[in-house]
Design a protein around this ligand. Structure first.
Ligand SMILES: [Zn+2]
Length: 234
């Protein structure tokens, strides 16, 4: 394939196709969204990237012309092989940088996503490789998101559980400071054990137990906290 950005498997000295931070950011989000929902639309992208639908439409057209994505009218947006390589590379660097900021520099876990999102576009394959070695080859970011986006088996949204289910929290997919601060206050961090006590009638809040405390959680929280069966990790 021509012009394909190379991954670190090819060695730290390989050249990469230079792409703007903005292009990488789009590809990263298309990938993230495509793993969590059936179809990625321009509306979803506008919401995630916090930009206007009009600017997403323009960018999506350019990315398609460049062969980084495929945009079919009624089938949403998908990444081409080249786009996928860039997206995964960016996600990997994001996770490694978050680990660096939290584990080495001691920054609080709720504050690093945005900063890693800026830095991830400016590191070379060599820096990535050295970071990975320095950090001891971590498999997830501090919020539980897999660095190579290899999602844990049985990974489902908290909202799909029924009373009596006992699970472990695997990852938090909303990494905004507000959301992370909220779930951390409840002890809902990756690796924490959680039990579903009941569900209020008429699709009301989910009552869960974490560290012997009971909490009522709304739909939005339940959609952004991912869990695995407790047997899968023990
Ligand atoms: Zn993270």
């Amino acid at each position: 394939m021509e012009g394909v950005a190379l991954t670190s498997e090819s060695g730290p000295t390989m050249q990469e196709t230079p792409l703007s931070a903005n292009v990488e950011e789009y590809l990263e989000w298309i990938y993230r969204l495509s793993r969590e929902q059936a179809e990625v639309t321009t509306t979803d992208l506008a919401r995630s990237l916090k930009v206007s639908p009009a600017s997403v439409t323009g960018m999506v057209k350019r990315l398609a012309e460049r062969g980084l994505i495929i945009h079919e009218r009624y089938h949403g947006i998908t990444l081409s092989e080249e786009g996928r390589v860039v997206a995964l590379r960016t996600i990997r660097r994001h996770g490694l940088l978050e680990r660096l900021l939290v584990d080495v520099l001691g920054m609080p876990w709720h504050s690093v996503d945005e900063l890693a999102g800026k830095l991830e576009h400016h590191i070379t394959p060599e820096v990535e490789e050295r970071l990975r070695n320095l950090l001891g080859h971590p498999t997830t970011c501090p919020h539980g998101q897999p660095i190579d986006w290899d999602l844990p088996a049985g990974d489902v949204r908290l909202g799909t559980l029924v009373p009596g289910d006992e699970v472990l929290i695997s990852r938090i997919s909303d990494e905004t400071p507000e959301f992370l601060t909220y779930v951390a206050e409840l002890g809902m961090v990756p690796g924490a054990r959680l039990e579903v006590a009941s569900r209020a009638p008429f699709n009301g809040p989910l009552l869960v137990r974490v560290n012997n405390q009971e909490y009522a959680l709304g739909d939005e929280v339940c959609a952004k906290v991912w869990v695995v069966p407790s047997a899968a990790v023990s």
